[in-house]
Design a binder for this molecule. Sequence first.
Ligand code: FES
Ligand SMILES: [Fe+2]
Length: 355
Amino acid sequence: MEARFALPPGTGQTSAARVLDDWYVVCRSRDLGRAPRALTVVGLPLAFFRDGEGRPAALLDRCPHRNVPLSGGKVADGCLECPYHGWRFDGGGACRRVPGLAGEAESPARAARAFSCVESDGYVWVWPGEGPPDREPFRFPHLGEPGWAVAHDAFETVGTLHAVAENALDVPHTAFLHRGLFRGTGKTNELEVVVRRYGDRVEAEYIGEPAPRGLVGRLLAPGGGMVTHFDRFILPGIAQVEYRLSDRAHLVVSSALTPVDDQRTRLFAVVAFRLPLPAWLVRPILQPIARGIFKQDARILALQSATIERFGGEEFVSTELDALGAHIRSLLKQAERGGERKAGEAKERRFRMRA
Ligand code: FES
Ligand SMILES: [Fe+2]
């Protein structure tokens, strides 16, 4: 049936940004074993495998010979072997074997495109740009430090990296969408918010925030009190929430966001915590709550994406409560254009909010 009223033309705007020259998490180190894996990063279909020394390697997932996906093959002699004619490629993409060919297998024209791939903090990271990388992958804070425990989880959701990062660092929705689980259990307080923008990151500091009184808050700070709270976005896709509830209760959730493509994002959460309760007790309580929160977020993000698509582009109205979204967007767009990321002096802005 034909629509009676046409929608006005959309803005055609999207916060999707293809930042290729940086490191993205691919998977946990333990999840890349003997078998190759196919994973798409920033729209690039890649085949991951471990070479003869066990080092992770990434090749474009298309055999240069007849374009069969290399990830459907197997690892042989430290090389990735194509399932069609058995050409073999090493971790650098060089063709090492062409079954039946009397002459030398290696030739630049037969090479598969290779991408820089490393292991750091228990994760496999890839640099989807041309390279060579000019920086190290992000380091997750407090891993292996005495008194600290860590929990890992991973999710995939519909939404641009920008939308997912903004959601992960957005305070006002927590009292509403996650009512009871997080904030939003009655009384509100006036807080001061300081937003600091740097060349490669932006952070918001919340001053005067009492310990959250939801389920999570009661668990982490049974005595209440004031908290130190920072939300940070660090290029190309780290969304970090830091809560210090007391000398004995400190929590840093670092989510490494990897764009699968423009509209889908994978989230690898690394939760470092030092709490008055033993880690074995905290983990099984926190995980279902965290997953419940994420489910609510994923549902909203999918609705947001579908609505933006239906209306032909983004059209956002903001208040100062949307502390980081516009900064995250401009950082991503700047990085997409290959802009400089000098740390330098922060630009600071302050406002007050009720939370
Ligand atoms: S298509 Fe890969 S070896 Fe022929
Ligand atoms: Fe949320």
